[in-house]
Write a protein that binds this ligand. Structure first.
Ligand SMILES: NC(=O)c1ccc[n+]([C@@H]2O[C@H](COP(=O)([O-])OP(=O)(O)OC[C@H]3O[C@@H](n4cnc5c(N)ncnc54)[C@H](O)[C@@H]3O)[C@@H](O)[C@H]2O)c1
Length: 458
């Protein structure tokens, strides 16, 4: 690992102008191996904080305008900012980033869209504390590197703000419990802003599942299989920090994109819940081979890194009602993109990438058919209503816009959000749980019940 500390690294990013680091050194990470300790044991269910009340079914307060502060205006933060600026009733009040130039790029997007320039907090890694303390904010959105999600969210909740983060929301069970407790104590929502739950196919299939098309759901499949090798080795953006996790954690680093939609199909935390999982990793080869091929200079700091994340991690999760989820992660191999996005029940099965369906009794024998006919009857009303605009905005085929639009709608109309802090914690939990299971020879790991028993009341 690099001798540079985070501050030095960022100073370097500053002098190179557009946040592009001259050196290819990584941001140092906390010692993640300590995860596998008694304090992290999945059986440990901390007592709720004094005065804490469940966040299940709690509506937002109604408001005409949603005032948002953004922490982390890198690639993803600015991408979601673009979606937010296209939605009526959104005002971006403040932005924060370690790299002033990145914050200024976000400011320009706001002024180009006709909004007043947001306040800027830039340069210090805890400047977000000033942002969250403002009294003119309704929601704090964070799109920082993973290790900063929890500090930002905890500060936002302490300051009485609703908040949400990119994926995964937290990386240790202890942190996930801390988010649950802080959200319950503050009575403010803390959300995993999982855009994939709002994908066209995911919303279509969710309706079909709840309409009984697949019968009783028995299993689901979920994945994040995305060849990120080039991105991980760039000397900018995610290349500055994300590869670091591959030197620390052997497990599933990014569970929520695949798991979030399947959790909705199965009503997890609303009538069922994940009870335990087992996990297995292959050897690591992908990043090492990529480095050999693309980093000829052996004095490059990248050659000091040792990658430990197995190329493919596969987990099996069981639920209280006996359902099973197959969960995969691979970002280091030459494979086409897939989130699997599958569901199977007593009447049929859907599999994605490409989308195909088989319902018992359908014409054509035992073979899959395209999904198109079902769009006529089961397209989700959100997609019918704003799908055209979403597709025009474009982020990930429109699902990013639909997610942002729906969040703003819930906040303006005083609705209960579509997901809550319990979903956020349980969708991210496979990251530490897979790591623990792999470290213990694929031993079963108990899933914490972040709802503390309220999952049955769906
Ligand atoms: N939902 C999606 O489809 C999707 C897509 C891409 C990335 N992401 C997630 O978004 C997050 C950010 O990823 P990215 O691609 O934008 O990375 P990035 O490196 O481009 O951006 C991260 C930004 O955070 C800033 N930052 C770092 N520490 C900070 C701190 N303490 N305070 C303020 N700013 C800080 C960095 O300067 C940088 O501008 C990650 O969690 C990633 O997994 C989600």
């Amino acid at each position: 690992m690099t001798p540079l500390n985070r501050r030095d690294l960022l100073k370097q990013a500053l002098v190179t102008g557009a946040g592009i680091a001259a050196a290819s050194a990584l941001t140092p990470l906390p010692a993640i191996a300590e995860n596998v300790s008694a304090a992290e044991h999945p059986d440990a269910e901390p007592a709720p904080a004094a005065g804490a009340k469940s966040m299940k079914g709690v509506p937002f307060e109604r408001r005409d305008v949603v005032r948002i502060g953004i922490v982390g205006t890198g690639l993803r933060g600015r991408s979601l900012l673009g979606e937010l600026l296209a939605i009526d009733g959104v005002r971006i009040v403040a932005v924060a980033d370690l790299v002033p130039d990145k914050a200024q790029r976000a400011v320009k997007m706001c002024t180009d869209a006709g909004q007043a320039a947001p306040a800027v907090y830039a340069g210090g890694e805890r400047d977000f504390e000033q942002l969250v303390a403002r009294d003119d904010l309704d929601f704090v959105y964070t799109a920082t590197p993973w290790e900063w999600h929890v500090p930002v969210l905890l500060a936002a909740l302490k300051a009485g703000k609703h908040c949400g983060a990119e994926c995964p929301i937290g990386v240790t069970l202890k942190d996930l419990w801390a988010l649950v407790d802080a959200s319950e104590k503050a009575q403010r929502h803390c959300l995993q802003l999982e855009n994939c739950n709002y994908g066209y196919n995911e919303m279509l299939i969710n309706r079909m599942v709840h309409d009984g098309v697949f019968g009783e759901v028995q299993s689901g499949s979920a994945a994040y299989i995305h060849d990120l090798r080039t991105i991980l080795f760039e000397n900018r953006d995610e290349g500055l920090w994300r590869r670091g996790w591959h030197t620390k954690v052997n497990g599933n680093l990014y569970p929520t994109h695949g798991l979030g939609p399947v959790a909705w199909y199965m009503d997890l935390n609303n009538g069922d819940r994940m009870t335990h999982m087992v996990s297995m990793s292959t050897e690591e080869r992908g990043l090492s081979l990529h480095r050999e091929k693309t980093v000829p200079d052996k004095s490059d700091p990248k050659w000091k890194e040792t990658y430990v994340t197995g190329d493919l991690n596969t987990s099996l999760i069981r639920t209280a009602k006996g359902k099973m989820i197959h969960l995969m992660h691979d970002v280091s191999s030459p494979r086409p993109y897939t989130r699997l996005n599958g569901v199977a029940g007593t009447k049929g099965v859907f599999e994605d990438y490409p989308a195909r369906i088989y319902i018992e009794g359908q014409q054509g024998g035992h073979s899959f058919k395209p999904i198109d006919e079902w769009k006529k009857t089961h397209e989700h009303p959100l997609w019918t209503r704003v799908g055209e605009l979403a597709r025009k905005k474009g982020g990930h085929g429109g699902m990013d816009f639909i997610m942002a639009y729906r969040l703003v709608e819930c906040m303006r109309e005083g609705l209960v959000p579509d997901y809550d802090v319990y979903d956020a914690a349980s969708w991210s939990a496979p990251m530490p749980l897979s790591q623990m299971s792999v470290a213990k020879g694929s031993a079963p790991m108990k899933f914490p019940d972040f709802t503390r028993g309220r999952w049955q009341k769906g």
